[in-house]
Design a protein. Structure first.
Length: 506
């Protein structure tokens, strides 16, 4: 089991949002019948092609029209959701997509490894692209929105991972490229729902996995090291700074003449220490990410500069700009808050056949960036920022995320999974005036809750069907859609989302 963990966590042998342990030596398919009836791999000369297709049908109590770029579905409460509707539900238990991986020994105990995988939306055939869900809604009235999300997949050719490296049976595995963060690895292992978008808050929203920001659930330009020694495993990760930082000015009336060019300081690092003893396993993960970007609502269009429900096109340093020389073209650009994030997470699971118990907790510190980003700064996937907020936080923001749940397996083919998730934030408003009478802002204390239950039956090793329900709601500062001034409340503060569907993996 420990060898399987090293192989999967270190070189990401699974495209899925829910990792499953497999043999370190692939069992290649030798016939079409074997492919259809077993979990053999499509391997040739050490290279394996793998993938998944996950599609379903659902209903939401407060939703929006679906978006062809949205890969997370519609299960979680959404700030702009306003109507009940039936819809196609993509990527419920795992991300639909394709990948190719390899491991080739070049010396006894030493191998070259690589992995490249991408997520595809089964409802549209488009690459998973959170940023595009924002840009196609730019300038539209709120009631005209389709689903707009934030996430680590932004239409990159390999929006999940692409990396290569060296693996040793004694010295561990070192890889470089675009890779899942250590928090994402831990989330997939210790989430009772395995990161399922339809039933897991920490899978749908990557705040926990990214150490405070969903875009940071995957790191570009990153080195990753994994080592297992007996019952103990260790991981370390470092991201090099990359991209443009744009130009910045503290002036409310900044212009190109007084906007100072900035340098990127978006480096990051993390550590993981864990172990297993009998049927119990646990991990402790630390992550630090500088200049983390969180994309807000779609941008305000030049045709409607006073629409309170949208982000202004540029509020560099939270000074709202609604016209004149500083109105930036919103075409294919995004608007975001920038913070320096630090997080520590502990998670554990215990197997008491036929039940597995899961629990986890993460504490996140968020502060305004020590090095600001400016207008024109790079965001993921080649997108640029036409709106930047570097001092959005009145004071240090503290976030607590905890989860628990259990998975019961009946006769090896049917899983019953119950999960509970909660996110809480402190009151970081100055002055600290938050109450129903005084009015809530996004800087006020708030809570998000989600509970889910689903049944997953495996008809074969490759095909399973599932049905379940998730219910989520927000309160206080977390129920504010746009964090400008008094903010704009969610249209509705809750969402009920039953879903059923099927999944095929290979």
């Amino acid at each position: 089991m420990r060898k399987a963990y090293l192989f999967i966590a270190a070189i990401s042998l699974s495209l899925s949002s829910s990792l499953t342990f497999t043999q370190s030596t692939p069992d290649p398919c030798t016939s079409g019948h074997e492919f259809a009836t077993t979990d053999c791999t499509l391997t040739w000369h050490g290279i394996t092609v793998y993938g998944a297709y996950d599609i379903g049908f659902g209903w939401v109590s407060h939703g929006l029209p679906e978006n062809g770029y949205n890969y997370e579905g519609a299960s979680l409460v959404n700030r702009n959701g306003y109507q009940h509707r039936f819809l196609v539900a993509p990527n419920n238990l795992q991300q639909t997509g394709l990948g190719i991986r390899g491991k080739e020994e070049f010396r006894h105990g030493w191998s070259v490894v690589f992995n490249a995988s991408t997520g595809i939306n089964p409802q549209s055939g488009l690459l998973a692209n959170a940023s595009a869900t924002q840009t196609i809604n730019n300038g539209l009235p709120r009631r005209s929105y389709s689903y707009a999300i934030d996430g680590a997949r932004a239409g990159q050719p390999f929006n999940d991972e692409i990396y290569a490296g060296i693996s040793s049976t004694h010295f561990g595995t070192l890889t470089f490229g675009r890779q899942r963060s250590l928090g994402t690895d831990a989330m997939l292992l210790y989430d009772p729902a395995g990161g399922a978008y339809a039933f897991s808050y920490i899978g749908y929203n990557g705040t926990m996995a990214g150490g405070g920001d969903t875009e940071n659930s995957r790191w570009d330009d990153a080195l990753k090291y994994r080592l297992t020694y007996g019952p103990v495993h260790f991981g370390a990760m470092y991201k090099f700074a990359d991209g443009s930082a744009g130009c910045y000015s503290a002036s409310a009336t900044w212009t190109a003449a007084n906007c100072t060019p900035e340098q990127g300081h978006n480096n990051a690092y993390g550590f993981d220490l864990g172990g297993a003893y009998g049927k119990f396993s646990a991990d402790l993960v630390f992550q630090q990410y500088n200049q983390a970007i969180s994309v807000l609502n779609p941008l305000l269009g030049p045709q409607s500069p006073s629409a309170s429900y949208q982000s202004t096109t540029d509020s560099i340093n939270t000074n709202p700009i609604t016209g004149g020389v500083n109105l930036i073209d919103t075409s294919n650009t995004v608007y975001g808050i920038v913070t320096d994030n630090r997080a520590i997470m502990v998670a554990a699971k215990y197997t008491w056949d036929p039940v597995k118990f899961f629990a986890g907790y993460e504490y996140i510190w968020q502060n305004n960036p020590s090095n600001p980003l400016g207008v024109g700064a790079s965001d993921q996937g080649g997108y640029n920022m036409s709106g930047v907020e570097d001092n959005n936080l009145d004071s240090e923001k503290l976030v607590n995320i905890w989860w628990t749940g259990a998975k019961y397996t009946y006769r090896s083919k049917t899983d019953f999974t119950f999960s509970w998730y909660q996110q809480r934030q402190n009151d970081f408003r100055i002055p600290p005036t938050c109450s129903p009478s005084a009015g809530f802002r996004s800087s006020c204390a708030g809570t998000l809750n989600e509970g889910s239950f689903y049944v997953d039956h495996h008809f074969t090793k490759r095909f399973d069907g599932f049905a379940g329900i998730a219910y989520s709601w927000v309160s206080g500062g977390l129920a504010i859609a746009i964090p400008h001034g008094p903010g704009v409340p969610y249209n509705y503060n809750n969402n009920c989302a039953p879903t059923l569907g099927g999944r095929f993996t290979f």
